[in-house]
Design a protein around this ligand. Structure first.
Ligand code: GDP
Length: 316
């Protein structure tokens, strides 16, 4: 179990976090939710409004059944006069979207106590290496001390890439040679963090999904190795998913979840798609919290996933 941020005592998103979240939904807002807002500027909501609303929500990749459900609910409330004006109807739709994302309190690495070993899992190209670097910069900025582990030892390029990011973020990188044992790299990194008194090791794992058993064995071995290197370490597995692949990302995630235990999602490249509605589908279908979203290729392009701020940014 991980700690959720307590909203009653939590500070709102810092301005750079809010800006990153804004950047991540710019395309989706322009193409879909901005137009949804315009529909609710009409004096009267009629049949064609509901059709257009359904169409727009579907375009956002929110998933057809969810789109129909949301529209039906809003429509019933308007026709039953529970909602008296288009503005009230828009507010109700926004509230429903927020609620469909589950518990309102964000789940964040910086709120977890003790030493952490964060396993970044996901297929190649999803953004694991870049996100590992972004996370390191993000956490250091928030007072945590980090170490990066280049555990994608199948690809020399991935090791080099992480080392470059390490230099840019001022983070030490523990890496083996290409082809060396993944377990040894993870052991060295977690052990080094413990010895140096660093609190977070971010492990960029291999993205190969050759066979389920293979992947499962590999990742559970890495967990065992991390515990051996530091019996007190808390392990977190975050699945990195590319939002631009839409429904494909969901299928991919389901295959991963059959094989490995995952605690949460990082949805990358949300800035690169107009189909940001996929966030709702990801949450509902995988039943896992989204911890962070990626909003670009720069180090600062990572935002905590705050439901309320996310939905507000979609409609701004
Ligand atoms: P890996 O194979 O999973 O380690 O993926 P990489 O970290 O190498 O990323 C693959 C590509 O996606 C790179 O070109 C990254 O710059 C890009 N990328 C990663 N995250 C984001 C993001 O949030 N937004 C955008 N636009 N591109 C991203």
């Amino acid at each position: 179990m991980f700690w959720r941020r307590n909203r009653a005592v939590a500070v709102p998103l810092q301005s750079e976090e809010a800006e990153a979240l804004e950047r991540s939904v710019e395309k989706t807002r322009e193409s879909v939710f901005g137009r949804v807002s315009q529909l609710f500027r009409r004096p009267v909501l009629d049949e064609s409004t509901w059709d257009e609303l359904t169409q727009l929500l579907m375009e956002s990749d929110i998933g057809p059944s969810r789109a129909f459900r949301l529209v039906e609910h809003a429509r019933e409330m308007v026709e039953g006069e529970t909602l008296k004006t288009p503005v009230e109807a828009e507010t109700a739709l926004r509230r429903q979207l927020v609620e469909s994302l589950g518990a309102a309190e964000p789940m964040l690495l910086e709120d977890q106590p003790g030493r952490l070993a964060v396993h970044m899992v996901g297929v190649n190209g999803s953004g694991k290496t870049t996100t590992s670097a972004k996370l390191s910069a993000y956490l250091r900025h928030r007072g945590r001390s980090t170490l990066l582990a280049a555990a994608d030892t199948f690809r020399a390029a991935a090791i080099d890439q992480l080392q470059v990011w390490g230099e840019r973020t001022g983070t030490d990188v523990i890496a083996g040679q290409q082809g060396s044992d993944l377990g040894a790299v993870v052991f060295d990194a977690v052990h080094a963090a413990r010895m140096r008194g660093l609190d977070t090791v971010i492990i960029d794992t291999a993205g190969r999904l050759h066979t389920k058993t293979n992947l499962m064995d590999e990742l559970s071995k890495l967990r065992r190795v991390a515990t051996k290197a530091d019996p007190d370490v808390t392990q977190v597995a975050l699945l990195v998913l590319d939002a631009t692949t839409g429904q494909n990302a969901l299928m991919q995630a389901k295959r991963f979840l059959e094989a490995v235990q995952v605690d949460g999602i990082i949805l990358t490249k949300l800035d690169g798609t107009a189909k940001g509605g996929v966030v709702f589908a990801v949450f509902e279908e995988l039943n896992l919290p989204i911890w962070y979203v990626g909003s670009g290729e720069k180090l600062t392009d990572l935002a905590p996933f705050d439901h309320l701020a996310f939905v507000n940014a979609l409609f701004r």
